[in-house]
Design a protein around this ligand. Structure first.
Ligand SMILES: [Zn+2]
Ligand SMILES: [Zn+2]
Length: 270
């Protein structure tokens, strides 16, 4: 895997991130010796979708979208001799909102260099939605709602499969974000199975749909997870299947650019 780029980076346009300046992220990338950086801010949620998180802070505001694009386009030019900067988004796949997501992509696809499709939101049996990675307290509530930790994991992986096969038009992101995000609180809420078979099946479907894998180091630093998204064995399996791997720090602060990438270089030659 080429670890000279960080392909999953947020910015101050993210309401749950830091206020670090865009230049600070870029300078840190240059200091770390990177040659490429993808800004993948959480795309605004569909207008008809109500953010289920207690703080309603999951994604960039629609009002900030044009400024985000202008900001990244400017730094792309300003730093072009030092660093290849990609303008992108991390898009939420939300079951039932496929047409709104597709229309966002159709509207903005022409300016997108690189993007990620992720599942953070799950549809419940009561036809509303929950966000799985907001907090350990919120996760506890979600377990209550679904009845068991396993039921939450099952719904997550079912939703991920829908994301992988969804027809979101010509600008559908070609990379799946943090495949095992649902394991974020695994040290607090253990599950009685490894999901190895489920995940391997998803990798096969990803391969068939020509999708790349976000090898996301953020989980290594979450105290209830302490694991790569997805773990090393899965990354190796993906590599054997010929799925392209792209490292991402999922930084919401400048100082965490390329964090943990030194551990990735040993992983695989893909
Ligand atoms: Zn975020
Ligand atoms: Zn994410």
């Amino acid at each position: 895997m080429n670890i000279n780029g960080d392909y999953h980076v947020h910015t101050a346009f993210c309401p749950h991130g830091s206020n670090d300046k865009i230049e600070a992220y870029i300078e840190q990338a240059i200091t770390k010796g990177l040659t490429e950086l993808s800004f993948t801010e959480h795309a605004p949620l569909p207008k008809s979708f109500s953010d289920p998180t207690p703080d309603k802070d999951s994604a960039m505001k629609w009002a900030d979208l044009d400024q985000y694009i202008q900001t990244i386009e400017k730094v792309k030019k300003d730093y072009q001799s030092q660093l290849k900067i990609n303008l992108g988004f991390e898009l939420d796949y939300i079951e039932g909102y496929e047409s709104a997501i597709t229309s966002f992509l159709n509207d903005y696809g022409s300016v997108i260099d690189d993007s990620i499709l992720s599942v953070h939101m799950l549809k419940t049996n009561m036809d509303d939605y929950v966000c799985v990675d907001f907090s350990v307290e919120e996760f506890a509530r979600i377990i209550q709602l679904f009845g068991s930790v396993e039921a939450v994991y099952d719904r997550y992986y079912q939703t991920l499969e829908k994301a992988i096969v969804a027809d979101l038009g010509p600008y559908k992101p070609n990379r799946i974000g943090h495949l095992t995000l649902i394991h974020k609180y695994q040290r607090k809420y253990a599950v009685d199975q490894g999901y190895q078979f489920t995940i391997e099946r998803l990798l096969d479907i990803m391969k068939k749909n020509k999708l790349e894998l976000d090898v996301n180091t953020a989980g290594l630093y979450k105290e209830e997870c302490l694991e790569l998204y997805p773990p090393q064995a899965i990354v190796d399996l993906a590599s054997q299947k010929g799925i392209p791997l792209k490292p991402g720090s999922d930084s919401h602060t400048a100082k965490t650019i390329a964090r943990g990438f030194n551990k990735l270089s040993l992983l695989t030659n893909n």
